[in-house]
Design a protein around this ligand. Structure first.
Ligand SMILES: Nc1ncnc2c1ncn2[C@@H]1O[C@H](COP(=O)(O)OP(=O)(O)OP(=O)(O)O)[C@@H](O)[C@H]1O
Length: 220
C-alpha cells in the first residue's frame, strides 16, 4: 500500500437539509482529501457543519451535489466512527463494550476480548476492563469509546467532538490517547472540535464557518 494513499476524497461535495426557503446548507461545496497519514482537526462553532462534513466522509450522508469517493482498498470495517456523546451499553462491562463490534462482526469472543484488551491498553484504560460504565468517569468513558473503535484496527478514524463534554485536562488526555493509538495502528485521524486548544494538538487544522471549510492557513 502506498504510504500517501488517499482514503477519502470530497470533490465540491455539498450537503443541504430540507428544500426551498427552509433549506439549510450544512456543508457548502468542499474539496478535501484524507490520506493515510493525515491528522486533521476541523474546528468551528456549534452549527458550523462539522458533524455534517464528518458524516459525508463516513458515508452516513450522501452529498446533495458534488462527490465523495472512498478508496477501493477500504473495507467495511476500515472506517471507525466515534460519535458525539458516544454511549456505552450499561449492562456490559468495559471490555465487553469494547469487544462488541468485533463479536457482531463474527470474531470469536476470545479473539474479540483480546483485541479489546489491547485497545484499552492503548488508551490507558486497561485497568477499567471489568467495570461497568456507571463505575467510570466521563473521560474514561470517552477513552473506552475510542478503544471500541481502535479494537477494529480501522484505517481511518473519524471522531466527532471526542472531548466535547470533558474538562480541558481530561479532554487533552483523551486526545493524546487517540493520537497515540492512531499512530500505533497506522490510522488516519479526523477530529472535529469547537476548542482551538484541542485542534492545536493535530498537525493540520482547518476552520469551519457557516458550512464553509476554510483553507489551512486561514486558521486564526
Ligand atoms: N438532519 C438534519 N436536518 C436538518 N438540519 C440539520 C440536520 N443536521 C444538521 N442540520 C443543520 O445543519 C447545520 C450544521 O449542523 P452540524 O451538526 O453539522 O454542525 P456542527 O458544527 O457539527 O455543530 P455541533 O458542534 O453543535 O455539533 C446546522 O444549521 C444544523 O441545524
Amino acid at each position: 500500500m502506498p504510504p500517501d494513499e488517499v482514503l477519502v476524497a470530497c470533490q465540491d461535495a455539498a450537503l443541504t437539509f430540507g428544500e426551498g426557503p427552509q433549506a439549510v446548507v450544512a456543508v457548502h461545496g468542499t474539496t478535501l482529501e484524507i490520506g493515510t497519514d493525515d491528522r486533521l482537526a476541523v474546528v468551528g462553532p456549534s452549527g458550523s457543519g462539522k458533524s455534517s462534513l464528518l458524516h459525508l466522509l463516513a458515508g452516513l450522508e450522501q452529498p446533495t451535489s458534488g462527490m465523495v469517493t472512498r478508496s477501493a482498498s477500504l473495507g467495511p470495517y476500515d472506517i471507525g466512527l466515534i460519535f458525539q456523546g458516544d454511549s456505552l451499553i450499561p449492562a456490559l462491562s468495559v471490555v465487553e463494550n469494547a469487544a462488541l463490534p468485533l463479536v457482531l462482526a463474527g470474531r470469536s469472543e476470545r479473539e474479540a476480548r483480546q483485541a479489546a484488551l489491547a485497545a484499552l491498553d492503548l488508551v490507558g484504560a486497561a485497568d477499567l476492563a471489568d467495570r461497568l460504565p456507571e463505575e467510570i468517569s466521563g473521560g474514561q468513558a470517552q477513552r473506552v469509546a475510542a478503544a471500541r473503535v481502535l479494537a477494529q484496527a480501522p484505517r481511518l478514524i473519524l471522531a466527532d467532538e471526542p472531548t466535547g463534554r470533558l474538562d480541558h485536562a481530561t479532554g487533552a488526555h483523551v486526545l493524546d490517547a487517540l493520537l497515540a493509538a492512531a499512530d500505533h495502528i497506522g490510522a488516519a485521524l479526523v477530529v472535529t472540535t469547537h476548542d482551538p486548544g484541542v485542534a492545536a494538538r493535530l498537525s493540520v487544522r482547518r476552520s469551519m464557518h457557516d458550512g464553509r471549510l476554510l483553507a489551512p492557513e486561514e486558521v486564526s
